[in-house]
Design a binder for this molecule. Structure first.
Ligand SMILES: [Zn+2]
Length: 352
């Protein structure tokens, strides 16, 4: 949605912590092999995360791929969400959404340059933005974790779907499958960041439930489909796995709503995109998640000083499961200027 990054920026400027301002391992995967041998990942995943709002941006991105390859980018996370012409559920797509034919063209061009495409669809949380409720819960209000509550989305951050509704996963899996096919992907990013509404008193299934177990259930259901059935790698943002009290952080990049226990209830072959934007001397989540056995992909944004500090700290970890570095953009650079954006150019150069 076009409004996402702007609102995210506003949230960041006020609260300083919001992020949306985040693989079953295949034994042939280089990073997994590295994890087993203890050798550093080579090549590192030098990634850029882009919000894709419409089909035109895919065409621009295709033209930009050579420049991105020149500055070292070898992975693109493309957060498409509902901005796609879905055939399985056309009612959930957006007007002007990405056409599958253009996604295929982008995939071919990226493959020729050695750039891996990883599509993303925000699962569980981020089902509304400001006053706008996104298509899934508009067309299927019965999937809402807080059905009929918070008219106009007042007094909430974002809506969530109910992880225990028996009919929600088949719909989500169908959308994921279409994105995987269109972008010819061997990995998928499920989002899962900033899920504030979970185990709601307004949900007849989840009321009184354990947020950690319910969050883990959603992760495990997705893993079963993406990794178990489709044999792809799975990536997700890490903030709900991090305990705000233990790490002395805010409720955006760490969890204050009881989900952090899920860290011990989900498969270790998921790649955790651990996002932090502010300049700090220490980022405790990186050694924490590595220590839990996950592969970790540190993810920065701006300011440049914050990205550089996080990159430097991450490089000190010397772990075979530290897969590289991801630069999120959140609309701060247009698609035709991402390859010149300082946080991308200067930070990714450190990972060659
Ligand atoms: Zn529920």
């Amino acid at each position: 949605m076009n409004t996402f990054p702007l609102f995210r920026f506003a949230v960041v400027s006020v609260l300083l912590f919001s992020h949306q301002t985040g693989i079953g391992a295949d034994t042939t995967n280089p990073s997994d092999a590295a994890a087993k041998t203890g050798k550093a990942v080579k090549p590192f995943w030098r990634g850029v995360h882009l919000l894709v709002n419409n089909d035109q941006q895919i065409l621009v991105l295709k033209e930009q791929l050579p420049k991105l390859a020149t500055v070292g980018v070898n992975t693109l996370i493309l957060e498409v969400n509902y901005n796609f012409e879905f055939k399985s559920h056309p009612e959930l797509g957006a007007p002007g959404g990405v056409k599958a034919a253009h996604a295929h063209e982008l995939a071919a061009a990226a493959r020729a340059l050695g750039i891996r495409l990883v599509p993303q669809f925000n699962c569980l949380g981020h089902q509304s933005w400001s006053k706008t409720t996104l298509p899934l819960l508009t067309k299927h209000p019965e999937f809402d974790e807080t059905p009929g509550q918070f008219p106009g989305n007042t007094n909430i951050y974002c809506r969530s779907w109910c992880p225990q509704h028996p009919d929600v996963n088949p719909v989500g899996f169908a959308l994921i499958d279409e994105l995987v096919e269109a972008f010819e992907a061997d990995a998928f990013h499920v989002g899962m960041d900033e899920v504030f509404i979970i185990a709601s008193e307004h949900c007849p299934r989840c009321k009184g439930g354990d947020p950690a177990r319910l969050f883990a259930r959603a992760v495990n259901d997705l893993h079963g489909h993406i990794v178990g059935k489709r044999k792809l790698e799975m990536l997700m943002w890490g903030d709900r796995l991090l305990d705000a009290k233990a790490m002395k952080g805010g409720e955006w990049e760490y969890a204050k709503n009881g989900t952090a226990g899920a860290v011990d209830l989900i498969p270790k072959d998921i790649v955790i995109c651990d996002w932090h934007y502010e300049q700090q001397s220490h980022y405790p989540s990186v050694p924490f998640l590595l220590g839990k056995g996950f592969r970790v992909w540190p993810s920065s944004w701006q300011p440049l000083a914050g990205a550089k500090a996080f990159s430097a700290f991450s490089r000190e970890q010397k772990s075979a499961r530290l897969v590289g570095f991801l630069c999120t953009v959140w609309g701060k650079a247009k698609f035709d200027a991402v390859a010149e954006w300082p946080p991308v150019v200067e930070v990714l150069a450190e990972w060659k």
